[in-house]
Design a protein around this ligand. Structure first.
Ligand SMILES: Nc1ncnc2c1ncn2[C@@H]1O[C@H](COP(=O)(O)OP(=O)(O)OP(=O)(O)O)[C@@H](O)[C@H]1O
Length: 351
């Protein structure tokens, strides 16, 4: 299936959505953006809850604009589910399913067999969202839209359901748009990520490309990367350009940068650190010294903030617990930092 949005636009008073062009193939596209950027508007336009002022939405070549939502083959799960409160979970799913066997199959997939006879008001947040998803899947949608379905859940339940959704989505061969404002959910679930800002598409691409090679500083910051440094290009060579940040020269693997004033972007997971200087460390390219100013335990990884010889802002490295334990880090600890040339991303400096 292919969903193709072209020149799509909608205006609500001061807020202008679009013109928006986007192609979504089978798999999960995580739609990430700040509050009020137009993420829900995007889904509402695709679902047919809202009609656009102009533009087209094609599903496998079939135009959806102008067709009522029930004829679009689009399923949508909302942040606050929309189950019928006076029906049981089973009745809610059966309302949309063609056979009882289909209800049982979905209940097994979503592990809700034990709660089918309960009514929505007594379900927990996680159970409610599973039933809402089962009911939407029962319609066999050609496109699945999810609008922050996990945002009202507690962190442990959210993480578990997120992992389960990941496997479920892999088994569905349809385009899935998953709206979130949480970068971790976007990278955990999205094969691709679209960043929306002020009603416009800021960047779309494979998750790793968007995260490690952001097109703009906004994308970098919004995907959790604060390692942005003002720099200048000092030399072009066959290996790539050399840049200067403060007093530090860094070799990069990039050659296609025309400007001399640039922003250097280094993803925290690509910063390598080790305890102390070995005799031949001077030989290793892009090796600098850092002093730990702060560290944070974020569960699956540690964030280590370091002052470096290029001054502020600090450089952040994210490391996994086993690496962190080996380093015996505290505030004031001196570390060797290595930044592989291929891990340095350069962006034009917009001043
Ligand atoms: N039906 C509507 N009538 C008037 N304004 C609307 C309507 N729907 C959305 N808007 C406005 O459009 C803008 C974008 O809203 P939208 O809900 O799409 O943002 P969002 O990115 O989903 O935000 P959030 O993350 O807070 O849900 C907001 O300024 C909102 O007030």
């Amino acid at each position: 299936m292919t969903l193709n949005l072209s020149d799509l636009s909608k205006t609500y008073g001061q807020f202008k959505f679009g013109p928006f062009d986007l192609r979504v193939e089978d798999g999960v596209l995580a739609v990430l953006g700040p509050s009020g950027s137009g993420k829900t508007t995007l889904l509402s336009l695709i679902a047919g809850i809202t009609e656009p002022d102009s533009g087209s939405i094609c599903l496998n070549g079939r135009e959806l604009v102008g067709h009522p939502l029930e004829n679009r083959d689009v399923g949508m799960v909302f942040q606050e589910g929309a189950l019928f409160p006076h029906m049981t979970a089973r009745e809610n799913i059966a309302y949309a399913a063609t056979t009882a066997a289909r209800v049982d199959g979905l209940a097994a997939t979503l592990e809700i067999e034990d709660i089918l006879n309960r009514s929505p008001p007594v379900l927990s947040g996680g159970e409610y969202q599973r039933v809402a998803l089962a009911r939407t899947l029962a319609t066999d949608p050609a496109v699945l839209l999810l609008d922050e379905p996990l945002s009202s859940l507690d962190t442990p339940i959210r993480r578990r359901l997120r992992d389960e959704l990941h496997s479920l989505f892999e088994s569905l061969d349809i385009p899935i748009l998953y709206v979130t404002h949480d970068q971790r959910t976007a990278t955990a679930l999205g094969d691709r990520i679209a960043i929306v800002r002020d009603g416009m598409l800021e960047q779309v691409g494979d998750s790793s490309t968007v995260v490690e090679q952001p097109a703009t500083e906004f994308v970098a910051r919004f995907t959790g990367n604060e390692n942005l440094f003002e720099g200048s290009v000092i030399e072009h060579s066959e290996q790539g350009v050399t840049v200067r940040v403060g007093d530090v020269e860094l070799q990069t693997a990039t050659s296609n940068i025309g400007q001399s004033d640039i922003t250097v972007c280094i993803h925290p997971s690509r910063v390598e650190i080790k305890p102390s200087r070995a005799p031949d460390d001077e030989q290793i390219i892009n090796t600098i010294t850092g002093t730990v100013t702060r560290w944070l335990n974020e569960g699956s990884e540690y964030q280590i903030e370091m002052a470096t010889s290029w001054g502020s802002p600090a450089l952040t490295a994210s490391v996994h617990p086993p690496v962190f334990e080996r380093l015996t880090i505290d505030t004031g600890t001196e570390l060797q930092i290595m930044i592989p040339p291929s891990s340095i991303h350069l962006m034009p400096n917009r001043g």
